[in-house]
Design a binder for this molecule. Structure first.
Ligand code: BG6
Length: 485
C-alpha cells in the first residue's frame, strides 16, 4: 500500500521494549535452590556450543538486575520481556515450590514496576527441568502437559497481580526443530520426524491449557505465544515455486500460527503428515481445548529476524542440514529443504549478517501484514535485532550498523501500523549482551555491552551503553516520530 499523510508518531501507549531469556542472562546456575535444566546439561556435551560456552555465569543478571533495570529506566524503556527459569520455581519440575526462586522474580518484577517499566513474562524459553527429561523424556511424553500447566499456574497465581502481559512459549518451532530434527538443542535428536510432530502437539496442548488457566485466574491478562516467523518469498513466477511457497507456509509457518490463532492445523500440512505416517496423535477433547484457547489469545507474538525463499525441490533434492553458521564466518550455512516439496535457496537481493541471516526490514512489514490478513490479531513483536561483532574502544562501543538495522525495521513496522496492523509492542533482542545459545558471547545483540568473552573467567562483567542505547532512548522519547529524518 501507499498510505499518505500519516501521523509520524507510533500509537500512544506503544510499548517500546527489549527482551532477554533466563538462561542467556541470569547465570547463578546452581544458586538459591535452582535445579538443573536440560541446557545446564547440554552445554557440557563436547562440541555442542561455540567454544564450549555455557550460561553458568552468563552476564550475571541474577546478581546485577538492579543495575540493569536502572539502565532500562535511563533509556526510558516501556516494557522488558524476560523469561522465568522453571528450575528456580520447581527445581525438579514439579513438587515443592522453591520460595527463593519466587522471591528473585518478585524482586525483579517490583523493581521494573517501581521504575515504570511494564514486565512481560515468557513462561518457557527452552530451559526445561532436567528432572522431567530424566523421568519421562520431557516434551516427548504427554505427562509434560500437566506439569507445564502446574508450573505456569504457579507463575500466574504468584505474579499475575502485577504482570498483565504473558507469552507462554518462545519459538516452539525452533526448540522442537533444533531438538528433534537437527540435533542442535536438547535432547539432540536427529530427523526424528514422528516425535517432532508429537512433541509439538504436546507443546500446543501445554500452551492452550496455560492460556485457559491464566484467563480463569486473571481475565484481564493479555496472552499469546511467540513464533519465530520467517516469511517466505517465492523464488520465481513459476507456478511450481508458488506452490513451494504455499507448502512452505503451511508446513513451516501456519502449522504453528494456525493452531495458536484458530485451534486447528492447516489441512494440507496434516494431509502431508498423514501420508508420511507422522501425524501427531490426539487425545479425546484436544480439538475443543485448542479451539477454546485460540478464542482466548490476545495477540500473536512474533520473533522476526529474517525472511526466506521458497523454490520447488525435486524428489532427489536437498534435505534438512544441521550445517548452520555458529562461528560468524560468512557463507558457512547450507541450504535446507524438504525433498519433493520445497527448498530455501539464498535471496540474491538481500545482504546478510556475519552469521548468514538475511537482513530484510520489509520482511517485518510483510510478516505483520500476513498475520493481520490471516488472523486479524494484534501483534507483539517480541524479538528483533542484529547479532554482530562489537568492539569496546576507549570505553565506548560504536555500533552504527545496529542503529541502521533497527531504524530500518522500525520504519517498516510503522508502515505496517499505518496499513492497519495492530502492533502493541516492539521488543528488540536484546537489552544487554547475552549468551547466544550456539554462538557463544561473541555474537552480540545488546544495547548494553557486557565485558566478557567465551571463557568463564574473562572480563569484569561491567555494563557499557553502546551508541545504539542512546539512539533507542531518543527514539522512545520522540515516540518514533523522527525515524525518517
Ligand atoms: C531467538 C531466540 O531464536 O533468537 C533467542 O528466542 C535467541 O533466545 C535469538 O538468542 C537470536 O538467536 P541466536 O541464535 O543468534 O542467539
Amino acid at each position: 500500500m501507499l498510505i499518505k499523510d500519516t501521523n509520524k508518531e507510533f500509537p500512544k501507549d506503544f510499548l517500546w521494549g527489549s527482551a532477554s531469556a533466563a538462561y542467556q542472562v541470569e547465570g547463578a546456575w546452581d544458586e538459591d535452590g535452582k535445579g538443573r535444566s536440560v541446557w545446564d546439561e547440554f552445554v557440557r556435551i563436547p562440541g555442542k556450543t561455540f567454544k564450549a560456552t555455557t550460561g553458568d555465569k552468563a552476564v550475571d543478571h541474577y546478581h546485577r538486575f538492579e543495575e540493569d533495570v536502572a539502565l532500562m529506566k535511563e533509556m526510558g524503556l516501556k516494557t522488558y520481556r524476560f523469561s522465568i527459569a522453571w528450575t528456580r520455581i520447581f527445581p525438579n519440575g514439579k513438587g515443592e515450590v522453591n520460595e527463593e526462586g519466587i522471591a528473585f522474580y518478585d524482586r525483579l518484577i517490583n523493581e521494573l514496576i517501581n521504575n515504570d517499566i511494564t514486565p512481560m513474562i515468557t513462561v518457557f524459553h527452552w530451559d526445561l527441568p532436567q528432572a522431567l527429561q530424566d523421568e519421562y523424556n520431557g516434551w516427548e511424553s504427554r505427562k509434560i502437559v500437566d506439569d507445564f500447566v502446574n508450573y505456569a499456574s504457579m507463575l500466574f497465581s504468584r505474579f499475575g497481580d502485577r504482570v498483565k502481559h504473558w507469552i507462554i512459549l518462545n519459538e516452539q518451532n525452533v526448540f522442537t526443530s533444533h531438538g528433534w530434527l537437527m540435533g542442535m538443542h536438547p535432547p539432540g535428536k536427529v530427523q526424528d520426524m514422528k516425535m517432532f510432530y508429537q512433541v509439538n502437539h504436546h507443546a500446543f496442548m501445554a500452551h492452550a491449557k496455560s492460556v485457559l488457566a491464566l484467563k480463569a485466574l486473571w481475565p484481564d491478562a493479555l496472552v499469546g505465544s511467540s513464533f519465530a516467523f520467517g516469511p517466505a518469498y517465492a523464488k520465481s513466477e513459476k507456478p511450481e515455486d508458488a506452490m513451494a511457497k504455499m507448502d512452505y507456509d503451511d508446513l513451516q509457518s501456519y502449522y504453528w500460527m494456525d493452531v495458536y490463532a484458530y485451534g486447528r492445523y492447516p489441512r494440507a500440512a496434516l494431509a502431508q503428515l498423514k501420508s508420511m505416517g507422522i501425524a501427531p496423535e490426539f487425545e479425546a477433547g484436544d480439538d475443543e481445548i485448542l479451539k477454546l484457547a485460540a478464542q482466548n489469545i490476545d495477540f500473536m507474538g512474533v520473533n522476526y529476524y529474517q525472511t526466506t525463499v521458497a523454490e520447488y525441490n525435486p524428489i532427489d533434492g536437498v534435505g534438512m542440514s544441521n550445517k548452520i553458521n555458529t562461528t560468524g564466518k560468512k557463507g558457512t550455512s547450507e541450504i535446507q529443504g524438504m525433498p519433493g516439496i520445497y527448498k530455501n535457496p539464498k535471496n540474491e537481493y538481500l545482504k546478510t549478517t556475519d552469521w548468514d541471516w538475511t537482513i530484510d526490514p520489509e520482511g517485518l512489514r510483510f510478516a505483520c501484514r500476513d498475520i493481520t490478513s490471516r488472523y486479524d490479531l494484534p501483534i507483539v513483536i517480541s524479538e528483533n535485532g542484529l547479532g554482530a561483532f562489537d568492539h569496546l574502544e576507549n570505553g565506548k562501543v560504536h555500533d552504527p550498523y545496529r542503529i541502521e538495522y533497527l531504524k530500518a525495521h522500525l520504519i517498516e513496522l510503522k508502515k505496517a501500523i499505518d496499513e492497519g496492523c495492530r502492533v502493541l509492542a516492539y521488543c528488540t533482542w536484546s537489552f544487554t549482551d547475552l549468551l547466544s545459545w550456539l554462538n557463544g558471547y561473541q555474537k552480540r545483540y545488546g544495547f548494553v555491552f557486557v565485558d566478557r568473552e567465551e571463557d568463564e573467567e574473562s572480563g569484569t562483567l561491567n555494563r557499557i551503553p553502546k551508541d545504539s542505547f542512546y539512539w533507542y532512548q531518543y527514539t522512545i522519547k520522540t515516540n518514533g516520530s523522527e525515524l525518517e529524518e
